[in-house]
Design a binder for this molecule. Sequence first.
Ligand code: ITT
Ligand code: MG
Length: 172
Amino acid sequence: MRVAIGSKNPTKVAAVEGVLGSSFEIVALDVPSEVSEQPFGDEETIRGAVNRAKACLKSVNVDFAIGLEGGVTETEYGLMVINWGALVDYKGNVFIASGARAVLPGEVSAEINHGKTLGQAMDVYTKRNGVSKKEGAMGIITNGRLNRDEMFAHVIKVLIGQYDFHNAVNVK
Ligand SMILES: O=P(O)(O)OP(=O)(O)OP(=O)(O)OC[C@H]1O[C@@H](n2cnc3c(O)ncnc32)[C@H](O)[C@@H]1O
Ligand SMILES: [Mg+2]
């Protein structure tokens, strides 16, 4: 099977490769999410993930495409990091799934409320560069227990699982 992933972020590509394994041909494409650079809330973040998957299907011939999008959402406990994934197959079926979420440190949410993206805010907070391409916010705030690629791997398992279940039920 040939599969596309709508990002070249190493955490996203590594997660797809890790879950799908070598029997799949994986194409990584930089495609637009067509949402804000920093999506706010579930709706916008899901839309970004679905848009990425659909954009892949328009530019390459694959069995299905995966879009992964990070975002933040306000809750009564503070601003949370959220992540959504979408799998869209060549027939147009859409499956969605979200990843683990947790409240961000107050300093990080303050930077985001002043206009920074989560990626930029995490770099300021950790005094490092490119946290979003490494362990991610989830890796930092869980002290390395759940890094961004592993969080995305969970999302991809839920996506592929739903796709397999859909096909098993409909092919019988
Ligand atoms: O190249 P792409 O695929 O766009 O990868 P990205 O790291 O920019 O990731 P997203 O666009 O999905 O995420 C939207 C924004 O949220 C940030 N973000 C999301 N999750 C993050 C995380 O776990 N750690 C750091 N930044 C994160 C990210 O840097 C962007 O500014
Ligand atoms: Mg981005």
